[in-house]
Design a binder for this molecule. Sequence first.
Ligand SMILES: Nc1ncnc2c1ncn2[C@@H]1O[C@H](COP(=O)(O)OP(=O)(O)OP(=O)(O)O)[C@@H](O)[C@H]1O
Ligand SMILES: [Mg+2]
Length: 252
Amino acid sequence: MKIAVSGKGGTGKTTVSACLSQVYLKKGKRVILIDADPDSNLKTTLNIKEEITPLIELKEVIAERTQTIPGERTIFFKMNPEVDDIPEKFFYKNRNLLLGIMGTVRGGGLGCMCPENAFLKAVLRNLILKRDEVVILDMEAGIEHLGRGTTEGIDWLLIISEPTEKSIETTKRIEKLAKDIKIKNIGVIGNKIETEDEKIFLIEKLKGMKILGFIPYFEEFKKSELKGQTPWEAVPEILNYVEDIIKKMEEK
Ligand SMILES: Nc1ncnc2c1ncn2[C@@H]1O[C@H](COP(=O)(O)OP(=O)(O)OP(=O)(O)O)[C@@H](O)[C@H]1O
Ligand SMILES: [Mg+2]
């Protein structure tokens, strides 16, 4: 199963990605979790204290694999660098979990034609197309990471939505982008739901989209990060909601 998670800033992408990985790990699956948000916070949500070097900072490795010289700007580089060994060598590992952090691409973001970008995209393509672990991508409010040739490997794009007009606008924008690049399955998760009316609001506003589930608003999360707790340590029942969402995805 290869899952990409997107949605407007602050809607709960990282919380949901972390919980998805936890449910799969509990089922005994091997999981590769990728923090693909430049403004990353997955490590904090998982309460991991170890240093993890973002992939973008592996200057020497990137230069070697793309056949360039570190720091030197060039338009000549290998577009499909060898990256099979990168997760085992450079990701954080804990039992059945591998966690990789992409880091921030300078300048033109992931749209830029540069060796760093070619390297990161190759790593993602490799994870999505070649690995048999569950792969979960915690992305930003866009899907730029999913370049040509990788989208067909994505089983589900999950768009996390809060019951607000702004979040819905972003959800629709992401849905359009996802359809343009022919992502197979697009599902919405309504998060931070406090009332039945909020559910109805999302259902009505997102008519035509598949809603995979709703997750309530949990007051406890306000303090959980301060206490160094993961979301499921703060609120164990969140995993039941996420497990139901996984069941729905697997029905496909
Ligand atoms: N169901 C929920 N109930 C209450 N608070 C929540 C819920 N889900 C997420 N939050 C809180 O909302 C905030 C944003 O969550 P999270 O970091 O998962 O979102 P994000 O979409 O990854 O944000 P960013 O765009 O900054 O990466 C966090 O403080 C988190 O604890
Ligand atoms: Mg996040």
